[in-house]
Ligand binder design. Structure first.
Ligand SMILES: [Fe+2]
Length: 263
C-alpha cells in the first residue's frame, strides 16, 4: 500500500480485486497545508489557478510524465465536432474514487453533457476512444488524480464516493485555421468540481477565463508551463478558453481535464 503525503492511499483495481499501484509511486513534494489553501480559495471564489510547482518538481522530471505527454501525439480526432472540423483530438476514461484512498477502474460509458450546459454537443451520447491502458495506469496521471482528490476532499469534506472522468485533449491550429478549446463558448461542465492541467503548448491564444454566473469576467490567465492548472467549482462559476492560433507551423495545446462527480 502506498501512503501519500496528502493522506490518500492510492489503490488501482484490477479485475480480481484491489491491487497496489505498480510500479510504486513517488509523491510530489506537496504540503497538506497548500492543498487546504487551494481548496479554501476554490470554496471562497469558485476557482483557483495554481502553478505547476504546486505538484512538485519530481512529477515533471519523471519518465512517466514524458510518456504521458507523448501519448497526446496520437489522440484520435473528436468525431462530434460540427461540420467535420478536426481541431480537437481526445480520449476519455472513467474511475471510481473512495476519497478515503481507493481508486478503481469504472466501466466505459458514453460521455453526456446536458444541453443546458453544452449548447454545442449537449444531450448527445458521445462515444470517445478510451484512454490507452498505459495512460490509465501511468503513475503521473494517478498522482494528478490523487492530488486533485486531496483538493476535492478539502472542498467537500463530507462526501466520500466520487466518479472521476479523465479527458485528454489536444487542440490544434493551422495557418489561417484557429483551434477552439471550448466551441460551446462560456459554459459549465455539469460536474461538481474539476481541474484542467496543462500538459504542454506551442501556440498563441488559449487563455483560460472564469466568469460569474451572470457572465461577469472574474479572472483570466494563460496556463503556460507544464502542469499550470485551474481548479473550478463548476456550480459556482462559468468558464471558457479563448481560441488558439499557430505561431508559425502548427499550433498545439494539450491538457488533461479531471472531473469529479459526487455519488
Ligand atoms: Fe468546460
Amino acid at each position: 500500500m502506498i501512503v501519500l503525503t496528502a493522506g490518500l492511499e492510492l489503490v488501482y483495481e484490477q479485475p480480481r480485486g484491489w491491487l497496489e499501484v505498480n510500479p510504486p509511486l513517488f509523491y510530489p513534494d506537496i504540503a497538506p497545508a497548500s492543498v487546504v489553501e487551494v481548496a479554501g480559495r476554490v470554496s471562497d471564489s469558485g476557482f483557483e489557478f495554481v502553478r505547476g510547482s504546486f505538484y512538485g518538481e519530481a512529477l515533471l522530471a519523471s519518465n512517466y510524465w514524458r510518456e504521458l505527454a507523448a501519448s497526446f501525439r496520437d489522440l484520435p480526432v473528436d468525431r462530434y465536432l460540427a461540420k467535420g472540423a478536426d481541431f480537437r483530438r481526445r480520449r476519455y476514461g472513467r474511475f471510481f474514487l473512495d476519497i478515503e484512498g481507493k481508486l478503481a477502474d469504472a466501466p466505459s460509458a458514453p460521455f453526456v453533457q446536458a444541453r443546458r450546459y453544452n449548447s454545442y454537443a449537449g444531450d448527445v451520447r458521445r462515444y470517445f476512444d478510451e484512454l490507452e491502458p498505459t495512460v490509465r495506469q501511468n503513475p503521473s496521471l494517478l498522482l494528478l488524480i490523487a492530488t486533485d482528490a486531496a483538493v476535492v476532499r478539502a472542498v467537500f469534506p463530507t462526501r466520500r464516493f466520487w466518479r472521476v472522468e479523465v479527458h485528454q485533449f489536444r487542440i490544434t491550429a493551422r495557418p489561417g485555421a484557429m483551434g477552439f478549446p471550448t466551441p460551446e463558448g462560456i459554459h459549465r461542465d455539469g460536474n461538481d468540481i474539476f481541474a484542467i492541467h496543462l500538459i504542454d503548448r506551442d501556440c498563441r491564444g488559449g487563455q483560460s477565463r472564469v466568469y460569474s454566473e451572470d457572465g461577469r469576467p472574474l479572472a483570466k490567465r494563460f496556463l503556460k508551463r507544464p502542469l499550470d492548472s485551474l481548479y473550478v467549482f463548476d456550480s459556482v462559476v462559468l468558464h471558457d478558453v479563448s481560441p488558439i492560433q499557430t505561431k508559425g507551423g502548427c499550433g498545439v495545446r494539450d491538457v488533461i481535464n479531471i472531473d469529479f462527480f459526487g455519488l
